[in-house]
Design a protein around this ligand. Structure first.
Ligand SMILES: [Zn+2]
Length: 501
């Protein structure tokens, strides 16, 4: 994620708005979902999952074990009514190593009052009533134990009533994405998904005022998309590669992805290019063509630079999407750039549009391929994505590297420990100073200390070992230490509050 930030060289009045958006506030914004918000369905529920000893073992399991979960989302969007109906099937392989008597799914649309309406829920073909939906958390207790290595089928039918997401009053809220504006529908984290199960715990953190709180296993997605009114179908940007079906619907597929995002607008204009076997498409609103082309160009360059420096991009498409909010945000094979970056684009690569575009592109490695706990260890993806901006400039516009350091990083005089969770950031500015900018300083100093060869060998190894997984800070430092005998403990002590031996 990258928000537009206050900067001394900019005099546009817009920045007063950005300041307000980014400002630390101790008050709960009026329309931010509160972590304690609880929305209960009226269907029968039980409080706790059945104890394992009371649950019979199944005699067989009908599905072969999958390498990862498979999500099929048969989706019908009524663009003008701002509603989405979904028939969803999750094939969930139990790769936890434990037998499970319950499942936990994240249902983030339920953080918005009245947005999520569950019609039915079935497990392996049997209707389920033994569940609770509490805020974003759906607990399902299983009628029979799910042995390690077995696969279960979860079927859900639900309707989304999209919230109006335009921000008329910048004092009220952080930027938010899920919902609709006058010219755009944005579906992010819009379907229930099984959260990771790590060390005996389901990982589902509370949302926060800034930063991301969700943690994702990788999964395969098939999204079959129809619009209620085929005559006025909007232009769609999505994670995954589209395929037109005979009935007029479109099927999108993506494998080993962290999420599936979708944006639709009747106003989108598009521009495309190809890097190797990857199709990049930029989606932008009228009067933003220069910015739309520049974002496409920067992403294409970044794909080549990171492909050479880190390792291959793993998907076949990348959507670059202009968003009606003040935020850049990464999803699988898809990222948003704020409309404000386009408005301020000056025709040169020395601006927010370019460095945020390549930052979000870098998340296709750090977030998408190598995932982390975004709430508790956000620095793992954000420091690498920020430092990747530097890697982009040094390979593409080397004369701009010193500008980038001073404009992007040094100006804010960043301080603080890199390894804070989102909840301890003390405001957006101190949070990004620590996790993004101190993180970039740390990586620069490590690179200077151990040399380019060892540094990039480390980064490539970190990618190879972490691809498809959720890594931790310990993994990061263990892999780093395997690539250098040089003592870097003073740098770790300077930038990190945790001790990493
Ligand atoms: Zn980021």
């Amino acid at each position: 994620m990258v928000l537009m930030q206050k900067h001394k060289r900019t005099t546009l009045a817009l920045f007063a708005i950005f300041l307000l958006l980014s400002a630390c506030s101790s008050n709960q914004p009026a329309d931010l979902p509160t972590p304690t918000e609880q929305i209960f369905l009226t269907l029968p529920v039980t409080d706790t999952p059945a104890a394992p000893t009371e649950t019979p073992l199944p005699t067989n399991t009908p599905f072969p074990t999958l390498e990862r979960a498979k999500y099929t989302l048969n989706t019908n969007i009524d663009y003008d009514a701002h509603t989405v109906t979904v028939d969803q099937i999750i094939l969930y392989p139990n790769l936890t190593g434990n037998q499970l008597n319950a499942l936990v799914l994240a249902v983030t649309p339920n953080l918005w009052d009245g947005s999520f309406s569950l019609t039915s829920l079935a497990i392996d073909g049997e209707p389920v009533t033994t569940y609770t939906l509490d805020g974003q958390r759906l607990d399902i207790s299983l009628a029979s134990l799910l042995p390690a290595g077995s696969t279960i089928e979860i079927k859900l039918k639900y309707t989304l009533t999209l919230p109006f997401a335009e921000q008329e009053d910048p004092n009220v809220s952080r930027p938010r994405i899920y919902g609709y504006t006058s010219r755009q529908v944005n579906l992010v984290n819009w379907y229930p998904f099984v959260v990771p199960y790590i060390n005996g715990e389901w990982i589902l953190h509370d949302p926060w005022f800034y930063g991301e709180h969700l943690v994702y296993d990788s999964a395969d997605y098939e999204v079959n998309l129809k619009f209620a009114d085929p005559a006025t179908t909007p232009i769609v940007a999505a994670s995954g590669v589209p395929e037109a079906l005979p009935d007029g619907s479109t099927r999108y597929t993506i494998t080993s992805a962290r999420s599936f995002a979708l944006a639709a607008s009747r106003d989108f204009q598009t521009s495309s290019t190809v890097v190797g076997d990857v199709a990049l498409t930029s989606y932008y609103f009228p009067f933003s063509e220069a910015g739309g082309q520049a974002a496409l160009q920067a992403s294409a360059q970044a794909l080549q630079v990171y492909g050479a420096r880190y390792g291959a991009y793993t998907h076949k498409s990348l959507a670059i999407v202009m968003g009606d909010f003040n935020d850049g945000m990464e999803y699988s094979a898809f990222y948003y750039l704020s409309k404000d970056f386009y408005n301020l684009y000056d025709g040169t690569p020395a601006n927010y549009l370019t460095f945020v575009a390549v930052h979000e592109t870098a998340h296709q490695w750090w977030f998408e391929q190598v995932a982390n706990d975004q709430a508790l260890q956000p620095w793992l993806d954000e420091s690498l994505a920020t430092y990747s901006e530097r890697v982009y400039y040094e390979n593409t516009y080397p004369d701009l590297v010193s500008w980038w350091w001073s404009y992007r990083i040094d100006f804010y005089k960043p301080e603080g420990f890199v390894d804070i969770p989102i909840y301890e950031g003390q405001g957006f500015r101190p949070y990004t100073n620590a996790t993004y900018f101190q993180g970039a300083y740390f990586l620069e100093k490590i690179r200077q200390r151990i040399g380019d060869e060892a540094f990039f060998a480390f980064v490539q190894d970190y990618l190879n070992q972490g691809r498809g997984k959720i890594v931790t800070a310990n993994d990061f430092f263990n892999i780093l230490r395997s690539h250098t005998g040089t003592d870097v403990s003073d740098l770790i002590n300077q930038y990190f509050r945790s001790v990493y031996q």
